[in-house]
Design a binder for this molecule. Structure first.
Ligand code: BES
Ligand code: ZN
Length: 618
């Protein structure tokens, strides 16, 4: 009997050891793991394809493994070869059946002895991780543009690899592009343009697959401080240099908080406005939307955020997407600390208050299981885990820990945490056991593990959440209290010196339902329809749709045709799609703007206008 139990236990542990580490990857990385990659690709704008190869080295973890499994999606595999000092030749391979959201497993028979394996392939125009822009869709209008967005699981649509954050590899690349264009990657970049269109890259540190990135375009280069340079189309270069001038100081503050920046230089790539995100923390080269160029540095916390990922995410990475909050929650906390150091406590608190307001609003409509920091139920598409829960609930959880033990102790803890897990991918449970040992136990009862687990595994927000308050918003609330919203009263509100955050709070503090007269007065006094700040315009345009304020609709059309950042455009389309009166306006605008949007944006907006996709299918 005991023996039988022993066998069952043994079986169980074997099964666990072989349990799939990441449900969103086909890779058998627990048996055979890629350790290094070299990309060799040619960029073909006419065919909208990357063509070439990925050569990789690997390590056998489970002896006698016969095959290595990679992730692919919409890739055309031509052949697989191997090469070692002794031998070279072709390898057998097979693409397994396509699965929704995940793509296809590429199974390669391993050669007899360890060798470099090369997969020869090309991408398809619909690659979910690439956006190909025509010249007209760029600011300069003369040259086409290409950029990648690999997070969460889109790297597999432009290179065959083990597409899971639990595998980290260094990479190198040789990229051939049209001669008049520049190529940049999430790696060491060369400041000079090449004369023959060939660019070489090296990322010496091991990084997870979702951080592999490329962009190709008519990119100018401008060094703006000791460790920071900008890449962008010429039109944004000077404006961006002013807007992001505090980046160097942010790096210094970040290092003072959590230890050395370990990636060499830190550069920023300003993308065309169709970039679907605010920013993407590609190592050494964050990708940034131009919609944060406000002229007054008021939206540069986004730079603090992407920079902060150089520790939380790029250095210590979530092992799977269920643990996303380890990346985004830590980064949001860290972002706030950098912003506070660079712009002061008022700015940080105002942003905190605005974020908490959005978090509460978003959570109100969310199923309970999605409100936990760790999403334990099956997630079909990992892009769906990116809600303000991972970001802001995660951030407030860390702030809660900070208030329990004090800033000094908490900073020391975080500093050691980043050092301890540097260049590793970890699960929430690994974090918890480290937290228990290094913060909870030494805190002598100041923090209860049961309360920590509530934050992590339970829906909602705990009662002792640290609520951010700021005098600046109270002044606005006091002026608005009981105010009849007419031209005369509005003109008396003291708005001199208001920052973006105060304008946002003011707009959000107004009643949801406003009359035409009230909207007109607001517009006449504050010129909201003319707002150049993309965040302020966004909130105003939402109000304009909700209150059918047609004088702002011209601006609405222009805004949606020129911006592709999902956070700014999707809510506008949703609001139009929800109202009978504005559904056809939404359809009309989307029909004209759709071709300029990224695939990811289309995935989100298409379902809002089903009649449009029916037309397209016909
Ligand atoms: N890693 C994210 C971008 C991302 C989000 C990629 C979802 C794939 C799926 C990036 O660090 C980020 O969080 N960007 C935010 C900015 C931030 C200040 C909250 C964004 O894009 O708005
Ligand atoms: Zn982030």
């Amino acid at each position: 009997m005991l023996r039988l139990l022993g066998i069952i236990l043994l079986l169980n542990t074997t099964i666990n050891a072989h349990a799939h580490p990441d449900p969103h990857s086909f890779a058998n990385s627990d048996a055979v793991r890629i350790t290094e990659m070299t990309l060799n690709l040619e960029v073909n704008f006419k065919k909208q394809q990357l063509q070439g190869s990925n050569t990789f080295r690997y390590q056998i973890i489970t002896p006698d493994s016969q095959e290595i499994i990679l992730d692919t999606r919409d890739l055309n595999i031509k052949k697989v070869t191997y090469q070692s000092d002794q031998n070279s030749g072709k390898l057998k391979w097979e693409l397994r059946t396509k699965q929704d959201n995940l793509g296809q497993a590429l199974v390669i028979q391993l050669p007899e002895h360890i060798a470099d394996i090369t997969v020869h392939y090309h991408t398809q125009p619909q690659a979910s991780g690439l956006q190909w822009l025509d010249a007209e869709q760029t600011a300069g209008k003369k040259h086409p543009f290409l950029f990648s967005q690999s997070q969460a699981i889109h790297a597999r649509s432009w290179l065959p690899l083990q597409d899971t954050p639990s595998v980290r590899t260094p990479y190198q690349a040789i990229i051939k592009a049209p001669e008049n264009l520049r190529v940049v990657m999430s790696a060491q970049n060369q400041a000079e343009r090449s004369t023959d269109g060939v660019y070489q890259f090296k990322m010496p540190q091991p990084i997870p697959s979702y951080l592999i990135a490329i962009a190709v375009g008519d990119l100018e280069y401008k060094k703006i401080s000791e460790h920071v340079a900008l890449y962008s189309e010429a039109n944004y270069l000077d404006k961006a240099a002013y807007e992001f001038a505090l980046t160097e100081q942010m790096i210094k503050e970040a290092e003072a908080l959590y230890g050395p920046y370990r990636w060499g230089d830190y550069d920023l790539l300003v993308l065309p406005p169709s970039f679907p995100f605010g920013g993407m923390e590609n190592p050494r080269l964050s990708f940034i939307t131009p919609t944060i160029i406000a002229g007054d540095r008021s939206l540069d916390s986004l730079i603090a955020h992407e920079l902060a990922h150089s520790w939380s995410g790029n250095l210590v990475t979530n092992a799977s997407w269920r643990d996303l909050w380890l990346n985004e929650g830590f980064t949001s906390y860290f972002e706030a600390r950098i912003t506070e150091a660079v712009h002061g406590t008022d700015r940080m608190k105002m942003e905190a208050a605005l974020n908490l307001q959005s978090l509460k609003a978003e959570m109100a409509d969310m199923e309970p299981h999605l409100q936990a920091l760790v999403v334990t139920e099956n997630i079909k598409d990992p892009d769906d885990v990116f809600s303000s829960v991972a970001y802001d609930k995660g951030r407030f959880f860390l702030e809660w820990l900070e208030t329990k033990v004090g800033r000094l102790t908490f900073d020391q803890f975080l500093n050691q945490y980043f050092d301890h897990f540097a260049f590793q991918s970890i699960s929430t449970e690994q974090f918890l056991s480290y937290l228990d040992q290094h913060l909870i136990k030494p805190s002598n009862g100041k923090i209860k593990m049961s309360a920590v687990k509530d934050w992590i595994y339970e829906p909602g927000l705990p009662a002792d959440l640290p609520v951010p308050t700021t005098r600046k918003f109270k002044v606005i609330d006091a002026q608005l209290k009981g105010l009849i919203l007419n031209h005369q009263n509005l003109s008396k509100i003291k708005t001199t010196d208001w920052t973006t955050q105060e304008w946002l709070h003011f707009l959000k503090a107004l009643p949801a339902n406003l009359s035409q007269d009230q909207m007109t007065s607001l517009d006449q006094v504050f010129k909201f329809t003319e707002a150049q700040n993309a965040e302020i315009a966004h909130v105003w345009l939402l109000m304009a749709i909700n209150n059918d304020y047609q004088p702002a609709f011209g601006k609405l059309i222009h805004y949606l045709q020129n911006i592709g950042r999902m956070k700014l455009i999707v809510p506008l389309y949703e609001t139009m799609a929800e109202s009978e009166k504005h559904l056809s306006l939404g359809e009309k605008i989307y029909k004209a703007a759709r071709s300029g949007y990224h695939n990811l944006a289309r995935f989100k907006i298409d379902p809002l206008f089903p009649s449009l996709s029916e037309q397209q299918e016909q």
